[in-house]
Write a protein of this length. Structure first.
Length: 413
């Protein structure tokens, strides 16, 4: 058998598409001397593969004010088509939430809708496909992101947020970092030039391009020579290398962005009354409307106007602790007297109600009714990992911290 490769003419030649001709010869048969005509060799021609035809989508971009009727009309479909598709997707509610900027694609064959593609985002697509029996099936397509570890470090010269952004961290990631260490480090008072941090975190990729950021896997903060480590555990919480939760029973500060305008001072001269009056709390100056967060889990035992405190909320925690939040501009409408609140939940907004010279939060912390300095009081820890949990956590923690040290030294594995 001989295989001969030929190039055809016209289109085949233009595309350099080879045509295979198979010649089958029986070379062992002697030449015939009879008068029978010679038999020609068998020739088999293999057809070239059929080209892949891309589906012809008609695509429209959803604009403000668009609905299914206006979008269908743009591609020549009728109100009957809108009714038929709305009925077919009534259960799945596929087209119930159309947002400006999203895309709707159609494949229409002789007036019949074969497919509709709703591109919700780069990750999510709804696909409506016509079945052989004329009904429609909805498929939800969710693309998976590729996750890769990333590392950054920085020495603080200005602030966590300024130097963190220079190191490549987004504002959102820096807020996460501050929230992780916020129970141990006061980022308004404790930070000094020369402090440093290192972060091992996830970056997400789509089509080989960075798509976003994932979780912080482990982080280290060195504050005035004190090393604080945090490692993400399988339960979704962060613990230090000793197995103690980074989360404490109370937030160090109930406001995110602030400056302390007045500290804890038993002999302070009142700025309005001009008399010596103890200042048994801390004043956090911030813009009117800045959210105020509950510093710990607890029950609201007061919500209302309280003399010079103005609009005030008092929360009781674990029986022996109470926190007071005063001079609010308004309350969170969902927070009532008797409500249970969670740590970090917004309970109101900064203002200057009551006796106040400017917008700020007056915050008090009491233990068994006795005022304590919120900036210095030692907060109780959340229950640490038990022995069995710590035994499984420690190898992972050692590995994460080992990676951080290797990255810091410039020798990652």
């Amino acid at each position: 058998m001989l295989l001969v490769w030929l190039l055809g003419d016209s289109d085949e030649a233009a595309n350099n598409t080879p045509v295979t001709i198979e010649l089958t010869l029986d070379l062992q048969q002697p030449a015939s001397t009879s008068s029978k005509p010679n038999t020609s060799p068998a020739i088999t021609v293999e057809p070239a593969p059929e080209p892949i035809i891309e589906e012809d989508w008609q695509t429209v971009t959803i604009k403000s004010g668009d609905n299914l009727s206006t979008l269908f009309r743009k591609v020549g479909l009728t109100p009957q088509d809108v009714y038929r598709i709305s009925k077919a997707t009534k259960t799945s509610k596929t087209f119930s939430k159309l947002r400006p900027g999203q895309e709707l694609g159609f494949i229409i064959n002789q007036g019949t809708i074969e497919k509709i593609r709703h591109v919700r985002s780069r990750l999510e697509t709804d696909l409506l496909v016509r079945q052989d029996d004329g009904t429609y099936k909805v498929e939800h397509v969710l693309r998976e992101l590729e996750i890769k570890p990333s590392f950054t470090k920085s020495t603080i010269q200005n602030s966590l947020f300024v130097d963190g952004q220079k190191a490549g961290l987004s504002q959102k990631k820096l807020m996460q970092l501050a929230n992780i260490f916020g129970w141990d480090i006061d980022f308004a008072l404790d930070i000094r030039a020369g402090d440093s941090f290192a972060v091992l975190y996830e970056k997400t990729y789509l089509d080989d391009q960075q798509f976003g950021e994932g979780k912080i896997l482990a982080a280290q903060f060195i504050n005035q020579g004190r090393i604080v480590n945090a490692i993400l555990h399988t339960d979704g919480n962060y613990y230090n290398d000793k197995g103690y939760s980074m989360r404490k029973a109370f937030l160090r500060s109930p406001v995110d962005f602030f400056r302390i305008s007045s500290g804890f001072n038993p002999k302070r001269l009142h700025p309005i009354l001009k008399t010596v009056r103890p200042h048994r709390g801390v004043d956090y100056a911030a813009a009117t409307g800045t959210p105020i967060k509950a510093s710990g889990d607890g029950k609201v035992i007061w919500r209302g106007t309280k003399g010079g405190y103005g609009r005030t909320v008092i929360i009781q925690h674990a029986g022996i602790y109470t926190t007071l939040y005063a001079h609010m501009s308004k309350y969170n409408s969902k927070v009532k007297k008797g409500s249970r609140v969670k740590q970090g939940q917004i309970i109101g907004y900064i203002g200057m109600s009551g006796t106040a010279t400017g917008p700020h939060l007056h915050y008090e912390f009491r233990v068994n009714g006795v005022h304590k300095n919120p900036l210095k009081v030692k907060f109780p820890n959340v229950q640490p990992l038990n022995k069995e949990q710590f035994a499984s956590f420690k190898p992972h923690a050692d590995n994460m911290l080992g990676q951080i040290e290797a990255y810091k030294a410039g020798t990652p594995e």
